[in-house]
Design a protein. Structure first.
Length: 149
């Protein structure tokens, strides 16, 4: 694998490889948002489990058990979203490396860059779907004026 010394080629390679970095910024922001939601899910689950263990209000037990089931589903969706976002970030990172190497060396693997980028975008879209589903589940337990939404 021979490296090109031409600075114009290297500069163009950097410019080409930097474009997917904007997607990485979106991915990191979404990971933070989903991780925050997952943290709240875990905290609420712990509180409900403690209430069930202490059995301080027996009339609320069925409601708390139903909410725990919903929290488990939400947690699974949030974990799946984080996993997909992590895979997306890896694929976009791989795309950046491949684009840079393809531009600055004689190593020609443009198809790998295309597949890596498309796989990253598909993972991002799937993670958005999980995030949307988790949000919908979260709003199902809301009560406004005593009535469920």
């Amino acid at each position: 694998m021979a490296l090109f010394i031409d600075s114009a080629t290297v500069t163009h390679g950097i410019q080409l490889a930097v474009a997917p970095v904007f997607l990485l910024t979106a991915v990191s922001g979404l990971i933070g948002a989903v991780a925050g939601r997952l943290s709240r899910i875990i905290d609420r689950g712990r509180k409900l489990e403690e209430g069930l263990r202490l059995n301080s209000e027996p009339e609320l037990v069925p409601r708390w058990q139903a909410e725990l089931i919903m929290l488990r589903r939400r947690g699974l969706l949030a974990n799946t979203a984080i996993g997909l976002l992590t895979l997306c970030a890896f694929m976009i990172g791989l795309t950046i490396v491949v684009l840079f190497l393809g531009e600055t060396t004689a190593f020609q693997i443009e198809r790998l860059a295309i597949y890596g980028f498309l796989a990253g975008v598909l993972c991002f879209m799937a993670a958005l779907g999980c995030f949307f589903a988790e949000t919908l589940l979260a709003t199902r337990v809301l009560r406004f004026g005593g009535k469920e939404v």
